[in-house]
Ligand binder design. Structure first.
Ligand code: CO8
Length: 258
């Protein structure tokens, strides 16, 4: 691939968007490759995926403005759908996805980070949805996910006024879980991914599904979703082995994903 670097280290994979000369902006080609890379994640062996951007300045500085400048209404809708489809694929990937936000996360970059389960940021990270200043609405889910992740009033300020926020403010709003010096970001993301990957894979996937599906429905339906997924864990070897080890006061064997 031209714009995606993908590396698997044990049960953790790192997907790097690599179009550094344009601050990793997302053009159609990058989106196509991103989708192919996400489709190719080996869900048998990868238990947590990290998404980051190449270089030290930018995670993703948005959708490609040069490409968008020439779009018609129909092409604009199609481009929005292309991004939305890829980001939904990331959001609903069975395994957890961590965004390691290493600089600018603007427009489509902020939206990409929000389609991940967890965001960690470098100290130089900047989040924003500057689209209205370019004559468009956010088009890769920004109007929806930002308003669900941070207080609605602050989300609306960022969306209407294009107000950008730095890493420390993103942390105080809960948009990111933690902030690190640049050189510590990827190691921290890998450490967290490793902790996730060390837990029972079926239980982690079921937990992701319970949280995500449950957030879309009322609390009674959400609890019912959790009950089903909770019950399904009792058919797994990993549940039996881990609980038997606890009861026997033995060290549990590594999880086998069965
Ligand atoms: N698209 C295309 N090229 C970009 C983008 C981008 N979003 N961002 C940066 N670049 C390019 C620049 O053009 C420049 O290229 P070149 O060297 O060839 O001139 C290179 O990256 C470096 O950028 P700068 O020289 O501008 O670097 P600075 O350090 O001066 O500034 C900024 C960095 C502040 C990040 C600045 O580049 C900037 O403001 N970029 C645009 C940020 C932005 O507005 N992003 C949102 C775009 S809109 C969007 O994402 C909508 C998503 C939904 C789409 C739905 C479609 C229907």
């Amino acid at each position: 691939m031209k714009y995606i670097v993908y590396e698997q280290k044990g049960a953790v994979a790192v997907l790097t968007i690599s179009r550094e000369k344009a601050l990793n902006a997302l053009n159609s080609e990058v989106l196509t490759e991103l989708e192919a890379a996400v489709d190719a994640v080996d869900l048998e062996t990868v238990r947590c995926l990290i998404i980051t951007g190449a270089g030290e300045r930018s995670f993703v500085a948005g959708a490609d403005i040069g490409e968008m400048s020439k779009l018609t209404k129909a092409e604009g809708e199609a481009f929005g759908k292309k991004g939305n489809d890829v980001f939904r694929k990331i959001e609903t990937l069975p395994i957890p996805v961590i965004a390691a936000v290493n600089g600018f996360a603007l427009g489509g970059g902020c939206e990409l980070s929000m389609s991940c389960d967890i965001r960690l940021a470098s100290e130089n990270a900047v989040f924003g949805q500057p689209e209205t200043g370019l004559g468009i609405t956010p088009g890769f889910g920004g109007t929806q996910r930002l308003a669900r992740l941070i207080p609605v009033g602050k989300a609306k300020e960022m969306l209407y006024a294009g107000t950008k926020i730095k890493a420390a403010e993103a942390l105080s709003l809960g948009l990111v879980n933690a902030v690190y010096p640049s050189e510590e970001l990827l190691p921290a993301a890998e450490k967290l991914a490793g902790k996730i990957a060390a837990n029972a894979p079926i239980a982690v996937r079921a937990t992701k599904k319970a949280v995500n599906d449950g957030l879309q429905v009322d609390i009674d339906a959400a609890i019912a979703i959790e009950e089903k997924l909770f019950g399904s864990c009792f058919e797994t070897e990993d549940q039996r082995n881990a609980m038997n080890a606890f009861v026997a006061k033995e060290k549990p064997a590594p999880f086998v994903n069965k």
